[in-house]
Design a protein around this ligand. Structure first.
Ligand code: R5P
Length: 284
């Protein structure tokens, strides 16, 4: 087996290869003068089970993924598992207005190129997996996040919306504490509104757990709500820390700690998804 890391997931690919005790291939990725992407894999792939790790975000990395998949096919690999730690466009999982695409579905048909299996991590909506024609599985970082939160003495894990309740539950079981959810209403891309939490958080250490932090608007609104209700400390944890613009600084000011995994490179990646990915790959 050999792991190939795209430039969107190079560190995670190295960590995964270490977990699996296999080689991480040497690759070259650069731009042609006209901005087209050039990729090359230097290791021999003939007859190998190849694990490609590459985020589906930002757009350039998607093109790179397709080129790496083609290079792996050209290298006569025995099999290919494509690991997509962060699945871009997952939040456009339905048509919100006439004339729009279902982007998450459109990309599923491309992300599986030449693959025998696709593995995602805390994909925004698990029903996206139904749009793949190859074997697909989603692994969760919530157990590892929960273990990290346990060491912080968290009393309750809160999802910022009802849709994330299963993630909050998984993290809470690992953290050995309670869980609940807030009711979120998105007003626009940057503004959300939340109803107060039913659980009493006075004097409690609370962790808000979400799949994605993008602008930070959701978590900051939830944090304020919990602080107004008397929370002693508020931790913000997510699998995918996009932290667009100044989101990270704003979150750091608002919360007691910002926690993310290493699906995306960012200053908050304190939890690795490599062990969970290695387990999913070893079980194939
Ligand atoms: C939305 O349903 C997701 O689960 C996240 O809550 C959302 O993407 C976070 O976005 P932002 O950080 O921009 O509020």
């Amino acid at each position: 087996m050999i792991v190939v890391g795209g430039s969107g997931s190079a560190k995670l690919a190295t960590a995964l290869a270490k977990e699996l005790d296999v080689v991480c291939a040497k690759t070259e990725v650069r731009k042609f003068p006209d901005s087209e992407t050039y990729v090359r894999i230097f290791d021999e792939l003939r007859g190998e089970d190849v694990v490609l790790v590459q985020n589906g975000y930002p757009d350039d990395r998607i093109i790179e993924m397709f080129l790496l998949q083609d290079a792996i096919e050209e290298g006569d690999a025995k099999s290919l598992v494509t690991v997509i730690p962060y699945y871009g466009y997952a939040r456009q999982d339905r048509k919100f207005s006439p004339g729009e695409p279902v982007s998450a579905r459109g990309l599923a048909g491309h992300f599986e190129l030449d693959s025998d299996e696709v593995i995602t991590v805390d994909i925004h909506n698990e029903s996206i997996l139904d749009w793949f024609d190859v074997d697909v599985k989603n692994v969760t970082a919530m157990n590892e996040i929960g273990k990290y939160l346990k060491n912080k003495g968290v009393d309750i894990v809160v999802s910022p919306d009802k849709g994330g309740i299963d993630r909050a539950k998984t993290a809470a079981i690992a953290a050995d504490c309670d869980f609940d959810y807030l009711e979120k209403k998105r007003l626009d891309a940057n503004t959300v509104e939340m109803k107060p939490l039913k659980s009493d958080v006075r004097g409690q250490v609370v962790a808000i757990v979400d799949d994605i932090i993008s602008t930070g608007g959701t978590i900051i609104t939830a944090t304020k709500q919990l602080q107004e209700n008397g929370a002693k400390a508020v931790y913000a944890a997510c699998t995918h820390g996009l932290f667009v613009g100044h989101a990270f600084d704003k979150l750091r000011d608002a919360c007691d700690e910002v926690i993310s995994t290493d699906t995306l490179d960012n200053p908050a990646s304190v939890v690795s998804v490599a062990p969970e990915l290695a387990k999913a790959i070893s079980k194939r």
